[in-house]
Design a protein around this ligand. Structure first.
Ligand code: PPS
Length: 285
């Protein structure tokens, strides 16, 4: 029986929203422009939060744009059929989003000055967030239990493939001037400094009062209540009316879900796969 996924270059995608031609087209022929800002993440790493912050920085904290245009038109996903279509209507400077691993990213980026913001989150929290998100969607067939989901995640067989490969690929770009690596955890712990870091990277100067507005309108609560930020594009794919993108928005929820054995098994693989990075690069233990 079909599980509603398609495989492209060893990576699993939902077949309802993606197709191989589009993925190939994006990688080989998508033209990245120097003025573009691109938000790149592995799913469930805080993508929507980054979109909101970048949009608010562009509007200097004025919420009109984020309250009147849905996030999927403000910063469309290039590899998703509908997102790719709405990107065609965007004027420069463009903002767009992707969850693509580096080897499927548009080749034209590598000779451009476009700016990439790569968001990373503790993979254990990514896993828990993805597990609940999968449960409220019928976009692909997901495992029933967390135990099964952990297994799939560690094998890299969830949507968009292995977290480890994704992070290795994108972290290899971290010394580039036009790539900013950000952690969800630093956004939570010190939102203001992280927003200021993004402003600096994008070459935007905001007054303190404008930064206050960015913080206010990109807060979890505000985003949860804003239909243009918490709305669901693919209603048909959601199981319940109460489905939400803004679930908890915290650090360390995995501790409420993993058993000791699951945490140890995860940790063993994590240590093996993440060996070699500088100590303290990742803001989690
Ligand atoms: S997606 O569907 O892959 O694009 O999801 P993504 O946006 O990457 O990640 C969803 C998680 O980000 C949390 N989130 C936030 N946390 C704190 N503050 C703000 N403003 C915020 N906006 C989104 C969201 O709650 C999801 O995490 P969990 O752990 O499921 O709550």
């Amino acid at each position: 029986m079909s599980d509603h996924s398609l495989w492209f270059e060893g990576i699993r995608f939902p077949e309802k929203t993606h197709n191989r031609e589009m993925l190939r087209e994006v990688r080989d022929n998508f033209v990245v422009k120097d003025e573009d800002t691109i938000i790149v993440t592995y799913p469930k790493s805080g993508t929507h939060w980054l979109i909101e912050i970048v949009c608010l920085i562009h509007s200097k904290g004025d919420p009109k744009w984020i309250q009147s245009v849905p996030y999927w038109d403000r910063s469309p996903w290039i590899e998703v059929k509908l997102g790719n279509k709405s990107l065609k209507d965007q004027q420069s400077p463009r903002i767009y989003t992707t969850h693509l691993p580096i080897h499927l990213f548009p080749k034209s980026f590598f000779s451009s000055k476009a700016k990439v913001i790569y968001g990373i989150r503790n993979p254990r929290d990514v896993l828990v967030s993805g597990y609940y998100f999968g449960k409220q969607m019928n976009i692909v067939k997901n495992p029933e239990t967390l135990e099964q989901y952990i297994k799939l995640f560690l094998q890299g067989e969830v949507i968009y493939g292995s977290w480890f490969e994704h992070v290795h690929g994108w972290l290899s770009m971290r010394e580039r001037e036009n790539v900013l690596v950000l952690f969800y955890e630093e956004l939570i712990k010190d939102t203001r400094s992280t927003v200021e870091k993004i402003c600096q990277f994008l070459g935007k100067k905001l007054k303190p009062a404008e930064t206050d507005l960015v913080l206010q309108y990109s807060s979890f609560q505000f985003m949860k209540e804003n239909k243009m930020s918490n709305g669901i594009r693919f209603h048909d794919f959601f199981v319940t009316e109460n489905s939400t993108l803004m679930r908890k928005g915290i650090i360390g929820d995995w501790k409420n879900h993993f058993t000791v054995a699951q945490a140890e098994a995860f940790d063993k693989i994590y240590q093996e796969k993440m060996a070699g990075y500088p100590p303290k690069l990742f803001p989690w233990e």
